[in-house]
Design a protein around this ligand. Structure first.
Ligand code: ADP
Ligand code: ASP
Ligand code: MG
Length: 427
């Protein structure tokens, strides 16, 4: 008997009908002779709706209470799914994150899994039941409090269960047919990728392709879990995310040709802060970024301009999650005299486009082709950053969709047919 872990995202369990459809699929997997453990997300846009509600009653809800609130979403879907499975004549048992042994650190809103004590899940399987685990939630032993794993964190729950239980495969069921060369909601001609390395998937996820949560990809990579991202709306094969034996090889060590470009991702969740008029002397960057780090902000790109010879002053710009910007601005403002800068600018109308592919390592001219494509589309580039297998550029937010489509076409990624989005609101 093999063990399969399946994760169903919010759009796959958005209403009663969807829950019944998913229940059927789970029962089929069980009837085919597999042990099945399911991680489930909150129904539809429940998490966003609960967040909106929280902000209606308090401008800055406490992280502990926010986690208490948000975890209610998955509690609803897990119980309903277990009921739907039982009404099909198959035994099912639902578990909250803490019941399933998802032990995390105490970081509310972005907790990391530190241990999985899956005794009760194993007992359910041993009794012949299907185990349904609430995604996205955990428990901290020191504080005794409920935590959440970060938005999209049900993916991490599934991967952690797959790793702990030694599952054959971890299937991530969602509202599109797999991982595409770009977000199919933005690029209708995006193509499904059959196989992608965990390294490329990590960069795609980090660059805004929310089809998989970055921490889940990291966890899968560290624990050697193979992921199969697929649609819960049909039986098509999806995308396999695998761990290559070495660069340029498949998981068995056989040579493979790496695609120059795996895909294009975009991200509208970041803002840009510019520190204007910084004295161009050693130690100023260290001072600024220490202040920002202490505010808890996570910095992405950094650009420092050449200093104006006459004044000896320079500007430093950096990007960070929009949600971290206010804290960083407040921290910098309070240290303005100590640092000696003239002003701060905050721009939350930026978009980031990233081109990702392992074959970039061995191919020259990728940046030139990217900049040419953007130039021909009339799109201005404000910032650039690169890694070994990624090039990212910042543009105006309102040009990002056009930019993604232009780059997708320029790199020959457009498919013949239109990509299908089965459900979801894209929220
Ligand atoms: P779920 O509720 O199943 O977790 P998500 O909304 O988190 O689903 O992720 C699926 C969505 O990710 C898709 O509907 C799609 O709009 C978006 N997406 C962004 N980039 C990509 C990509 N490269 N391939 C597939 N989907 C993508
Ligand atoms: N429901 C949570 C969210 O919307 C977790 C998840 O869906 O993965 O972020
Ligand atoms: Mg998701």
């Amino acid at each position: 008997m093999s063990l399969i872990v399946q994760k169903y995202g919010g759009s796959s369990v958005a209403d009663a009908e969807s829950i019944k459809r998913v229940a059927k699929r789970i029962v089929q997997t069980r009837k085919a002779g597999n042990d099945v453990v399911v991680a489930v997300s909150a129904m539809g846009d429940t998490t966003d709706e609960l967040l909106d509600l929280a902000h209606e009653v308090a401008p800055l809800p406490s992280p502990r209470e926010l986690d208490m609130l948000l975890t209610a979403g998955e509690r609803i879907s897990m119980a309903l799914l277990a009921m739907a499975i039982e009404s099909l004549g198959q035994e099912a048992r639902s578990f909250t994150g803490s019941q399933a042994g998802m032990i995390t650190d105490a970081q509310h809103g972005a907790a990391r899994i530190v241990d999985v004590t899956h005794k009760r899940v194993q007992e359910a399987l041993d009794d012949g039941a299907i185990a349904i685990v609430a995604g996205f939630q955990g428990f901290n032993r020191v504080t005794g409090d409920i935590t959440t794993l970060g938005r999209g964190g049900s993916d991490t729950t599934a991967v952690a269960l797959a790793a702990a239980l030694g599952a054959e495969v971890c299937e991530i069921y969602t509202d599109v047919d797999g991982v595409f060369t770009a977000d199919p909601r933005v690029v209708p001609r995006a193509q499904k990728i059959e196989r992608v390395t965990s390294e490329e998937m990590l960069e795609l996820a980090a660059s805004g392709a929310k089809v998989l949560y970055i921490r889940a990809v990291e966890y899968a990579r560290r624990h050697g879990v193979t992921l199969h991202v697929r649609s819960s709306f049909n039986n098509s094969e999806g995308t396999i995310v695998f761990n290559p034996a070495a660069p340029g090889q498949d998981e068995n060590g056989d040579p493979v040709e790496e695609p120059i470009i795996a895909g294009v991702a975009h991200d509208l969740s970041e803002a840009k802060i510019t520190v204007v008029g910084v004295p161009d002397i050693p130690g100023k960057a260290a001072q600024i970024f220490n202040i920002v780090a202490k505010s808890g902000a996570n910095i992405d790109m950094i650009v420092q301009n050449v200093s104006a010879a006459a004044t000896g002053l320079t500007d430093i710009s950096f990007t960070l999650p929009k949600s971290d910007a206010q804290a960083a601005l407040t921290a910098l403002t309070s240290e303005r005299d100590a640092v000696g800068f003239t002003a701060l600018q905050h721009d939350d109308q930026i978009g980031k486009l990233s081109l990702i592919g392992a074959g970039m390592r061995t191919n020259v001219g990728v940046s030139a082709a990217l900049f040419t494509a953007l130039y021909e589309a009339g799109i201005n580039i404000e910032m650039i950053s690169t890694s070994e297998i990624r090039i990212s550029v910042v543009t105006r937010a309102d040009t990002i969709q056009e930019a993604v489509r232009a780059v997708h076409t320029a790199f020959g990624l457009d498919g013949e047919a239109e990509a299908i989005v089965h459900a979801g609101t894209g929220r």
